[in-house]
Design a binder for this molecule. Structure first.
Ligand SMILES: [Zn+2]
Ligand SMILES: [Zn+2]
Length: 438
């Protein structure tokens, strides 16, 4: 970080010399005589070099902006060629180091937007950046100085002060000090850079798409930009009715992989609450994957089956046999893998080869497993404080297939009690998964 800071400082010091070297030519967009095109190319290149000195790593944003955490965050440098930072509590520049942490993606977006904006407006003052999140996210309230923040808790939020008409590098004291065209351009660039929300002061007159830009009190001197969380996940595909089915990687890539499927029977949705808990928790050291809902059509219609009336957990090939007819409670489908949802599960499982897979169901309030999966299931039951029962695999079920196809791995069923899961119970079942994973 020191190197980056030094580099930044030296480039900032080099600026006046460079500006005078620009001489009388006039090539920038604004008819600005301060910089030649070559100067701008040099600056753009310098900004890129500066960026290489940020300590980049893959960050994880957890929970919500107003109740969340940040893992493996990235620190925004104290200043750069095109920006400075501002400490809203001490009212000075640069901002203190511990207030400048965000996800890698947030820091990248800020730097990219600032670069593009600065190059488009060579005469504009540097962009003044305020607070991001604390090093590990979490509460960022009044005790940290100034007004504090309600959000800024999971590395997705950043405050950006509006450029001032008098070009002074301080937050504007009133909306009339704002250079409106420049501020609007800066805002537009954050919108295009996939901001999810931008809060602007009610007196700023700044505008944007109504689903993104909102007027909010206390934002007449800065815009608050929130970027969309980039989940380390992937879309497995779309259900029969076109609903997205996702898998998320919550842990860190490694040899020990655990998969949790929150819901496969659409009218047994309590496991989704357990998955939510996992998403909000600190990730385990192993590679934890979750599929919150493999059967979103069934969940939407509150049916056990998918939208084609098939019980997905009878659609896997081990010991598959034809059972019933469409919309029968255990209709197996016309043949193994006949359903897209079960094929998505197959593809993911074949690729991940999880050592442990947990399938949530309801309403029997017990953990059940057979054969090679018994030890892991027993352990999980003990950790979760649930009864364990050794029960033979059902024909065509997912664990049956996994246990035959992947010797030495465990795949078992956790039956939650009926009805919605109280939050204490969801936490208990999630904690047991994390302990199994660690
Ligand atoms: Zn803010
Ligand atoms: Zn079930």
């Amino acid at each position: 970080m020191k190197r980056a800071a030094l580099l930044g400082a030296s480039l900032v010091l080099a600026l006046p010399a460079l500006a005078s070297a620009g001489g009388g030519s006039c090539e920038s967009k604004e008819g600005d005589a301060w910089f030649t095109a070559a100067d701008l190319r040099y600056l753009a290149r310098s900004a890129q070099i500066e960026e290489q000195h940020v300590h980049w790593r893959r960050s994880v944003s957890l929970g919500l902006p107003f109740d969340g955490r940040l893992l493996s965050g990235v620190q925004l440098p104290p200043h750069g060629i095109f920006f400075a930072t501002w400490d809203p509590a001490l009212k000075r520049s640069p901002n203190r180091a511990w207030r400048r942490w965000g996800t890698d993606r947030l820091v990248k977006i800020v730097l990219d937007v600032v670069d593009a904006y600065a190059l488009a407006h060579p005469r504009a003052p540097e962009v003044l950046i305020g607070d991001l999140s604390r090093p590990h996210g979490g509460h960022f309230g009044r005790e940290y100085g100034g007004l504090g923040h309600v959000s800024h808790q999971n590395g997705l939020d950043v405050d950006v002060y509006y450029p001032r008409r008098d070009r002074v590098l301080r937050p504007p004291r009133a909306a009339r000090q704002i250079d409106r065209p420049l501020a609007q351009d800066l805002l537009d660039r954050f919108v295009r850079a996939s901001a999810e929300r931008i809060f602007v002061g009610p007196h700023t007159g700044l505008r944007g798409p109504s689903r993104i830009v909102f007027a909010l009190a206390h934002h007449d001197n800065h815009m608050h930009v929130r970027i969309r969380r980039e989940n380390r996940g992937q879309i497995l595909g779309r259900s029969e009715r076109g609903r997205t089915i996702r898998a998320l990687e919550l842990g860190f890539p490694g040899p020990r992989r655990i998969l949790v499927v929150g819901c496969i029977h659409g009218n047994e949705q309590a496991g989704i609450a357990v998955v939510r808990r996992l998403e909000a928790a600190a990730p385990p050291r192993s590679d934890l994957w979750v599929v919150p809902n493999l059967n979103p059509d069934g969940a939407a219609a509150n049916t056990r089956q998918n939208a084609r009336g098939v019980d997905l957990n009878r659609n896997f090939p081990s010991a598959w046999r034809p059972i019933g007819a469409r919309w029968d409670p255990q209709y197996s489908g016309p043949r193994p893998w006949s359903e897209r949802e079960s094929r998505f599960a197959k593809r993911l499982i074949v690729r991940l080869r999880p050592q442990i897979t947990i399938w949530f169901h309801q309403p029997q309030a017990l953990v059940r497993a057979w054969g090679q999966s018994i030890p892991a299931a027993r352990r999980y039951a003990r950790l979760a404080g649930a009864p364990f029962r050794a029960i033979h695999w059902l024909a065509g079920s997912a664990p049956n297939w996994q246990n035959h196809r992947f010797p030495g791995t465990a795949s078992f069923v956790v039956e939650l009690p009926p009805g919605p899961l109280p939050s204490g119970a969801a936490a208990r079942y999630a904690r047991a998964i994390l302990r199994l994973a660690n």
